[in-house]
Design a protein around this ligand. Structure first.
Ligand code: SF4
Length: 356
């Protein structure tokens, strides 16, 4: 029961997968179906408290109240964007860290962007989370509770989940995997795996591991340049897991799972928005079943970055449009990601909370 954690001296049940919950209940002398019941209360009915579980006999409920907890996160505050209804939530972990999640309501869907770490150890030069450094991995309960709280607080029907908030999900692999498993269980009846996207900066061995697992979620690879040297400057992790390795890994992922890869591409003036970038990007997109998301860069000047990060400027809107058109002329599937929630620092690459 790897993820079972003590929360203020109590066993944290939130975050245990179905099989782990069944094991827990059989280990305390209960029938296995109690594990299924508690699973449904936590992940389907989104119970806030064990006392709500009215099909669990009272003596067992009292024992659970005394010895366990199902609350991994608490609400701290939120901000709503004036531009489009995007809401940025701040939630507090039991050990007093603040994390952020972003809810993005659109015409046909509502997407929740969840965090997997407090901060991030990778140092992507365009990203505010990277600038704040790494503090800890989130456990599966803390990942799931972002969904429970955002759904209940907003009253929105969340249709899509993207693991694209603070942190690199694939270096917190086991916790991310168990959270994905919980979202994907039939008893959760939540969100189909095809509506869940794990966004990675490119941890090639873990992309293979996920491809070979029973899950079939979607993968988004932060590409940002088609040239090893440039990509290493933008994303130092490229020196460990090269672009070539990652392209091979996502190609394998697409073949193995029958999904289409999303390439995320943040537009950086003079760095990755040249004509030669269009040519290379088209080559990659033709080789791998994929689509490309072009993302406007949100300047980080207010965080006073140093080194290469300080040099980064956004590509002007007209050039982004031209870049997209030239890719489309080559029959590449391209989407322009509108900046959502820029006014509340909830847009891509902007999530960061003060070091605690
Ligand atoms: S882009 Fe993602 S992986 Fe890179 S520093 Fe930011 S949070 Fe970490």
């Amino acid at each position: 029961m790897e993820n079972q954690q003590k929360s203020t001296e109590k066993v944290l049940l939130k975050g245990l997968t179905l099989s782990e919950l069944i094991n827990y209940f059989t280990s305390i002398g209960e029938k296995r179906f109690r594990g299924e019941q508690v699973f449904q209360w936590m992940y389907n009915r989104l119970a806030d408290d064990i006392s709500e579980m009215n099909n669990i006999p009272k003596p067992l409920r009292n024992k659970l109240l005394e010895e366990t907890s199902i609350t991994a996160l608490e609400y701290s505050e939120h901000q709503t964007s004036e531009s489009g209804g995007t809401i940025k939530y701040a939630f507090k972990t039991a050990d007093n860290y603040i994390i952020e999640s972003v809810l993005i309501p659109e015409v046909k869907r509502t997407t929740l962007c969840v965090s997997t770490q407090v901060g991030c150890p990778l140092d992507c030069q365009f990203c505010a989370t990277g600038l704040m450094g790494y503090q800890k991995n989130l456990n599966p309960g803390e990942i799931f509770d972002q969904y429970r709280l955002a759904k209940k607080l907003s009253g929105e029907e969340i249709t899509n989940i993207v693991f694209m908030g603070m942190g690199e999900p694939l270096i917190n692999y086991n916790n991310t995997f168990n959270a994905l498993k919980i979202f994907s269980e039939q008893l959760t009846q939540g969100i189909s795996q095809r509506k869940i996207t794990v966004s990675t900066s490119g941890i090639a061995p873990k992309i293979y591991e996920l491809a070979d697992s029973e899950l079939k979620v979607k993968i988004a690879l932060s590409l940002h340049s088609c040239f090893e040297e440039v990509r290493s400057k933008i994303m130092p992790i490229n020196q460990k897991y090269s672009l070539r390795e990652n392209l091979n890994a996502v190609k394998y992922y697409a073949q193995k799972t029958g999904t289409r890869i999303t390439f995320e591409y943040v537009m950086l003036k003079g760095v990755n928005d040249r004509d030669v970038d269009i040519k290379e990007l088209a080559k990659i997109a033709r080789d791998i079943p994929s689509k490309i998301n072009l993302i406007p860069f949100n300047s980080l000047k207010h965080m006073q970055p140093s080194g290469f990060a300080a040099e980064l400027e956004p590509t002007p809107k007209a050039r982004i449009n031209e870049f997209a058109d030239k890719l489309r002329e080559r029959n590449i599937s391209v989407f322009l990601r509108e900046t959502q929630g820029g006014d509340i620092a909830a847009a891509c690459g902007q999530l960061a909370v003060k070091r605690q």
